[in-house]
Each structure stands twice: as C-alpha cells, then as structure tokens.
Design a protein around this ligand. Structure first.
Ligand SMILES: Nc1ncnc2c1ncn2[C@@H]1O[C@H](COP(=O)(O)OP(=O)(O)OP(=O)(O)O)[C@@H](O)[C@H]1O
Ligand SMILES: [Mg+2]
Length: 258
C-alpha cells in the first residue's frame, strides 16, 4: 500500500462534473515512487478522466495534483511533461501520415533558452538538440524492436506496435513518471508480454508508473498497489490478492454498486 511519504504523484480530493454528471467525486489516491500503481474499475468509472486531470488535459473543479511534493494543479500538460510527468492515451494518438521516427522526434521539446541565443549559437544548439533527439529516438526504437520500421508510416503499425510507439513518445522526454491508459488494449498476448517486460525494465531503471487496465493478468503481474474506481469514487485499494477477494469490487464489475 502506498503511504504519503513515498508518493511521487498524488490526487487530492479531486472533484469533476460534466454538467450534472459527477465523473470524479472527491478522489484521493497516490502513486508510489519507484512503483507501478494500478487503477482498475468498470467502464465509465472515471479512470481516463482521472488521468486527464493528472496529466493536465482537464482541469478539475476541486482538488489538487501533487507531483514530487509540489502542487502542479495550475500547470498545463506540456509543463508537467517538462517536469517529468508524461502519459499515453487510451486511443493511440500517433500521427498516421508521419513515419514512426518522425512521431518520436515530434515529441522532443525545444531546448530552453533557444530563442534568446545569437543566431550562430542558436543554429549550433538546435543542431545538437536534433542530434540528441535522433540518438535518443534510435535507442528507444531499438529497445522495442521498432527500429526496422522507423521509416514506415505510423498508421501501418499493428495495434500493439502503436501502443509501443505511444510509450516511446512518452519516454522521449525522459520522464520520472508515466501514466499509461490501457497499454494492453487491442494488443495480442505476445506483445502484451513484451510491453509488460519493458515496463518492468524501465521500473528497474528508476521510472515510476500509473497504469489503467482492464487486462487483469497485466495488472496482477505488474501493479502494487491497485486502486479500484467505481462511479467516480475510490472503492478500495490494495494488492491484487486483496482487491480480488473484496466482494465490493466484484459487485462493482457486475454493476452492483448502489
Ligand atoms: N468530455 C466529457 N463530457 C461528458 N461526459 C464525459 C466526458 N468525458 C467522460 N465523460 C463521462 O465520464 C464518465 C467517465 O469516463 P472515463 O472515460 O473517465 O471512464 P473510464 O473509467 O476511463 O472508462 P473505460 O474503462 O471505458 O475507458 C463516463 O460516463 C463518460 O461518459
Ligand atoms: Mg478509459
């Protein structure tokens, strides 16, 4: 179970409504530093909405997002990314007409201070940044076995390869924390295994993760703790064994939550 002191990312009392519909109702939960924290729950529970709040895509009506001890609630998504908090989306956002490699290069941020340098140094700095981005992209694509497809259009990739491309895009920023919204959805079981192995390796290198998934094998293999969301609320949190033994959780999946 996660305790406040070892939390890298925290949602505090998040409330969010779409019109009269309460999508998140006073949600407080945390993601362990160095860990892989799971979020599960039935369709429509508010999991992706919570990730939108954490990532800065959507502003909540109430509550705060704390990252590495700092309140980042007011920061837009790109500034959260620069601080080391990145994410992937449930629906892959790859830019289909661009190549696999171009998709990664696009994710690389401009160098801070670039604009104020004199032209000559600016050109040198930009060139160096581009070379670094290229090197980084090549290394990442090799790690996930996509380098051979570097020049293929991204929309030619399989569902699982698109998920890997998304993950690599998030990794281009060398984040401390990555939120993954359904990394296994639409992915064949062999590739799910490869994605899980890659996440574990990255965790071993010091990266922390939050994962939303319906694939319980992946959740069981990777995540501790796991928070269960239902109807916009945190139902319970615990290890996989704990939440699977909880009848409230099975009821929620069967639509039995009052
Ligand atoms: N922009 C929006 N406008 C109105 N309602 C929304 C909006 N985004 C999400 N919702 C509603 O909020 C609820 C939570 O949606 P969300 O996408 O967070 O669920 P989820 O837990 O990720 O579900 P799934 O497992 O199906 O991906 C759903 O009832 C959804 O219809
Ligand atoms: Mg979702």
């Amino acid at each position: 179970m996660s305790l406040g002191s070892d939390a890298l990312l925290e949602a505090r009392n998040i409330g969010l409504s779409f019109g009269d519909f309460v999508a998140l109702d006073d949600v407080s939960l945390s993601f362990r530093r160095g860990g892989i924290t799971g979020i599960v729950g039935p369709n429509g529970a508010g999991k992706s909405t919570l990730f939108n709040v954490l990532g800065g895509q959507v502003r909540p009506r109430h509550g705060a997002v704390i990252f590495a001890g700092q309140d980042i609630s007011a920061l837009p998504a790109h500034r959260r990314a620069r601080r080391g908090l990145t994410r992937t989306f449930q629906i892959s956002r790859e830019l289909g007409a661009l190549t696999v490699l171009e998709n990664l290069l696009l994710a690389f941020p401009r160098q801070p201070g670039e604009e104020i340098l004199p032209v000559f140094f600016r050109k040198t700095a930009v060139k160096r940044a581009e070379e670094e981005a290229m090197e980084h992209a090549r290394a990442l694509l090799k790690r996930v076995n996509l380098w051979r497809l570097a020049d293929a259009p991204a929309n030619a990739l399989s569902g699982g390869q698109k998920k890997l491309l998304e993950l690599c895009r998030a990794l281009m920023l060398e984040p401390a924390f990555v939120l993954l919204d359904e990394p296994a959805a639409g992915v064949n079981p062999v590739l799910v295994g490869e994605i899980a192995d890659f996440i574990r390796i990255l965790q071993g290198e010091g990266m922390s993760f939050g994962i939303v998934e319906h694939n319980m094998d992946l959740i069981a293999a990777l995540c501790d703790p796991i928070h269960v969301l239902a109807e916009g609320r945190v139902l319970t949190s615990g290890t996989f064994a704990e939440i699977s033994a909880n009848t409230q959780v099975t009821d929620a999946y069967l639509g039995g939550v009052a």
